[in-house]
Design a protein around this ligand. Structure first.
Ligand code: HEC
Length: 106
């Protein structure tokens, strides 16, 4: 009986992962919050997952940047995009890079 319960429990966790792969990823959620609220990347970029519609920078779903490209843009800035090094903590930069990479390449 107890064993069945454990198997059921594992199944629920696995199933949840399958259906909502991003919901159980705290770094993804943190990155999304930074994208929308703290760094407001959303003001300049289209990203479907964030529901953002900014037209100043490139559409992130179209350019599908790799991690290095995102990290470089966020840390150092590019063109009129401001640099975020010093503005965001290294953990926040890591989270927003993870978020953009994961959601733009899905
Ligand atoms: C003030 C508007 C603005 C904000 C805010 C902004 N960006 Fe950008 N971003 C741009 C522009 C403009 C470009 C294109 C720059 C160029 O190529 O000259 C760009 C380029 C990029 C690129 C592509 C870089 C490349 O190598 O082509 C990525 C990835 C990116 N931004 C991610 C982000 C993220 C993540 C944030 C938030 C932390 C953010 N941007 C905030 C305007 C912005």
């Amino acid at each position: 009986m107890k064993k069945n319960f454990i198997i059921l429990f594992k199944f629920i966790i696995l199933f949840n992962f399958f259906i909502f792969p991003t919901k159980s990823d705290p770094m993804f959620e943190l990155g999304k919050n930074i994208f929308l609220n703290k760094a407001v990347c959303s003001a300049c970029h289209v990203l479907a997952d964030a529901g953002s519609n900014g037209q100043i920078g490139p559409n992130l779903n179209e350019i599908r940047p790799d991690k290095n490209r995102i990290l470089n843009a966020v840390k150092n800035g590019i063109g009129v995009m401001p640099m975020y090094e010093g503005e965001l903590t290294p953990e926040e930069i890591e989270a927003v890079v993870h978020y953009v990479f994961t959601s733009a390449n899905n």
